[in-house]
Design a protein around this ligand. Structure first.
Ligand SMILES: Nc1ncnc2c1ncn2[C@@H]1O[C@H](COP(=O)(O)OP(=O)(O)O)[C@@H](O)[C@H]1O
Ligand SMILES: [Mg+2]
Length: 473
């Protein structure tokens, strides 16, 4: 972070200094919430959690070199004491971001935020120093902590924003006001909590409402609920998508036999060919979104296309493709799942199967439940089961409880029975089944919502996770 004295920080957050012999001591960063990450010059933020109270680690972090603790009570070591630690952290981030010379890019959406954020970062950093959200730290704590890792050199700050309800994005944009705001899509992620798609659109659109007049709203032309957000912003609107009216669009989209998208990228400043290293057609939309942001920040179509073609996966368990020595390919997409991403992953599996089928290989979809779908849960699981059959996936293994049963029943009703679709109770049973049946040339997709922990199946197949780690959920 940019260096600030303890006195300045206390003023910014409206806190009292306690046990601080020298208020001119400077925090040089990082600002951390995990005591194990505290080191010389850092500021430790003490949260009171359900199981752990950060204040208990105050002495240890100062021993490790931390300059002070941001705390809600005196702790006997240098501390800035405030009423509300989260609000103070937010105020500090807002202050620091305002002083930075960086352009802030924020993005939200139902599916693909992390993948797209990683793409944007990999494109923009070809041009200038870029700081971006690590993994999925997109909430009221992860966002300010990320913003505080920026330094004087940072030119682009790319922040993922998550929302589980109305007002969440507005709160986040208040902490780190973006100049470019990107909305990817309005799908059904967390639809149970939100109440419906309209409410999700209402919540995500808060991002473009927060943009200044000289800012840019980057919107998905292919998603009507996102396209309609153009009326909710005073910023300029830049559209991306496959639709003809998009400013940044893809032509000749196809999946290679390895399941990687390739297309011709058009931006207002030119056109160039892209073949991605990432797997699955859903990344075309993510890539176009990233291209639109990069175009807005002055990159040429050639520069963007080159960076998109080189970009890899920076966050784990998202279409992570590994070939075993025996020729079985495992596609670990177990980070999360919703209906849109299930369909995208199944289509990628089908494309990968085109090549493997010729060599006698089969495609396996090992799928678990999609959480938080509310009233749509039955229909959506049924539809995914049916799609697996329509895409000619060789074997469906539905893992878990009721939702998995719906998935398998959908496949059954679509015409897949006998050994083609099975329902097993847990991850261990899936691993046992796969171990006894996989053969060289087979491609196995593993995917479910985060809470299912289905990555344990991929890890067991790849020998990267301990046997005992196979989730029982
Ligand atoms: N544009 C997209 N549309 C649908 N699904 C997507 C898209 N981009 C990624 N996904 C899938 O959604 C899941 C979550 O991806 P991720 O990038 O982590 O999204 P988020 O951060 O929004 O949760 C992954 O399984 C991924 O394959
Ligand atoms: Mg994410």
């Amino acid at each position: 972070m940019i260096a600030l004295s303890l006195a300045e920080i206390a003023e910014v957050v409206g806190g009292q200094t306690h046990d601080i012999p020298d208020p001119s001591v400077r925090v040089t960063g990082p600002v951390v919430r995990d005591s194990r990450e505290a080191g010389p010059g850092s500021l430790f933020v003490a949260f009171v959690g359900e199981r752990v109270d950060g204040h208990d680690f105050a002495a240890a972090v100062v021993d490790a070199g931390a300059a002070a603790v941001l705390a809600s009570r005196p702790v006997g070591v240098p501390a800035i004491v405030v009423d509300d630690v989260q609000a103070a952290l937010g105020a500090l981030a807002r202050h620091v971001v305002r002083r930075l010379g960086a352009t802030l890019v924020a993005l939200t959406g139902s599916a693909g935020k992390t993948s797209t954020k990683d793409l944007i970062a990999q494109v923009l950093r070809q041009k200038a120093p870029t700081v971006f959200t690590p993994g999925s730290l997109n909430n009221e704590i992860g966002l300010p902590l990320t913003a505080l890792t920026a330094t004087e050199d940072t030119r682009f700050l790319v922040l993922e924003m998550g929302a589980r309800g109305i007002g969440h994005i507005r709160y986040l944009t208040g902490l780190t006001p973006p100049r470019i705001g990107l909305v990817l899509n309005v799908g059904s992620a967390h639809i149970g909590e939100f109440g419906g798609r309209e409410q999700i659109a209402e919540a995500k659109g808060e991002l473009v409402e927060a943009l200044p007049e000289d800012g840019t709203a980057v919107l998905n032309a292919d998603d009507p609920l996102v396209r309609a957000m153009a009326s909710r912003t005073k910023a300029k609107v830049l559209l991306f998508g496959e639709s003809g009216e998009a400013d940044v669009r893809a032509e000749n989209v196809r999946l290679t036999d390895s399941g990687q998208p390739s297309f011709r990228l058009h931006t207002p400043s030119g056109a160039s060919d892209v073949t991605m290293r990432l797997y699955g057609e859903h990344h075309v939309s993510n890539a176009l979104a990233a291209a639109a942001v990069a175009h807005e920040l002055g990159m040429s179509a050639d520069e963007i296309a080159r960076a998109l073609s080189e970009a890899g996966s920076l966050s784990r368990w998202r279409m992570e493709v590994t070939e075993r020595p025996d020729g079985v390919t495992v596609v670990n997409d177990a980070y999360n799942a919703n209906p849109e991403s299930m369909r995208a992953a199944l289509r990628a599996l089908a494309a990968m199967g085109r090549a493997s089928r010729a060599a006698g290989g089969r495609t396996w979809a090992v799928l678990g439940k999609m959480a938080e779908l509310g009233d749509e849960a039955l229909a959506e699981h049924d539809a995914v089961g049916r799609l697996a059959v329509r895409l000619n996936v060789s074997k469906l293994v539905a893992v878990g409880g009721r939702e998995a049963a719906w998935l398998q029943l959908g496949a059954y009703n679509e015409g897949s029975w006998g050994e083609e679709s099975v329902h097993v109770s847990d991850a261990q049973a899936a691993v046992d089944l796969l171990r006894s049946q996989l053969r060289p040339g087979d491609v196995v997709l593993v995917k479910a919502s985060r809470s299912v922990g289905l990555e344990s199946v991929a890890q067991a197949l790849l020998g990267t996770g301990a046997e005992g780690e196979v989730a029982a959920r």
